[in-house]
Design a protein around this ligand. Structure first.
Ligand SMILES: [Ca+2]
Length: 224
């Protein structure tokens, strides 16, 4: 009974949302298992914005954000393709390609991606610069249970990881909304001003589960 109670308490602790404001996840080594699974607070929507900041020195392809549903492993995936030097938002298994970005190593980049099922259009905001809109997929919402993972790229619902697509580096300020953010809201996110936090994923009230060696540290920028 006592053991059971402890188990229940441990589970409750793991599920409690945490305020990660001013903090970052550190992915310090290359494995095919290390990951952070994020819990979405709603499912089945037909539009999305995902914003995050990342810092890496990887010189190979890597996943920055991987959302899978039972019917599509790349339902919302942000992938850097090193061979073709392009950022690739995948929506419902359809890839769009953005070339000519200054995706430098060893510095923070903020990336926001918007999509809505009505128009089917994707737009990438790279360090605050809007891309052109490209067509990905229209007419259907995300459906079924979503599994959102940082650190690995899902080839199946919750699995199918490839060590050569894993993320090593730092990740912060991950938010997801079930609508497309206005340019003004995106600019506020990029400039780290007050913005409306994500209603699907909120970095300041984040439910997540870490597997393997992922550390949480302050994302300190200046000395006082
Ligand atoms: Ca893969």
């Amino acid at each position: 009974m006592r053991f059971l109670l402890m188990l229940v308490m441990l589970t409750a602790c793991a599920a409690a949302p945490q305020d990660l404001s001013g903090k970052m996840f550190i992915f310090p080594q290359q494995t095919s298992t290390t990951k952070v699974r994020l819990t979405a607070s709603r499912e089945g929507f037909g539009a999305a914005t995902v914003c995050h900041r990342s810092f890496t020195d990887l010189k190979r392809g890597h996943a920055l954000f991987s959302l899978a549903t039972p019917s599509s492993a790349n339902d919302f995936l942000i992938f850097w393709d090193e061979t073709n030097k392009e950022m690739e938002p995948h929506i419902k298994n359809t890839k769009t390609e953005y070339k000519g970005l200054d995706y430098k190593s060893n510095m923070w980049h903020s990336i926001c991606t918007t999509w809505d099922s009505e128009s089917g259009l994707v737009q990438l905001w790279f360090d605050g610069q809007p891309s052109i809109k490209k067509f990905a997929s229209s007419g259907s919402n995300f459906s079924g249970s979503t599994i959102i993972i940082l650190g690995q790229e899902q080839d199946s619902h919750g699995g199918g990881f490839d060590v050569k697509q894993s993320f090593i580096g730092m990740m912060s300020d991950v938010h997801m909304w079930d609508y497309t953010l206005s340019p003004c809201e995106i600019q506020k996110y990029v400039d780290e001003l007050n913005f409306t936090p994500g209603n699907v994923l909120n970095w300041s009230a984040l439910e997540f589960q870490i597997t393997g060696r992922v550390l949480i540290e302050d994302k300190q920028k200046t000395c006082y």
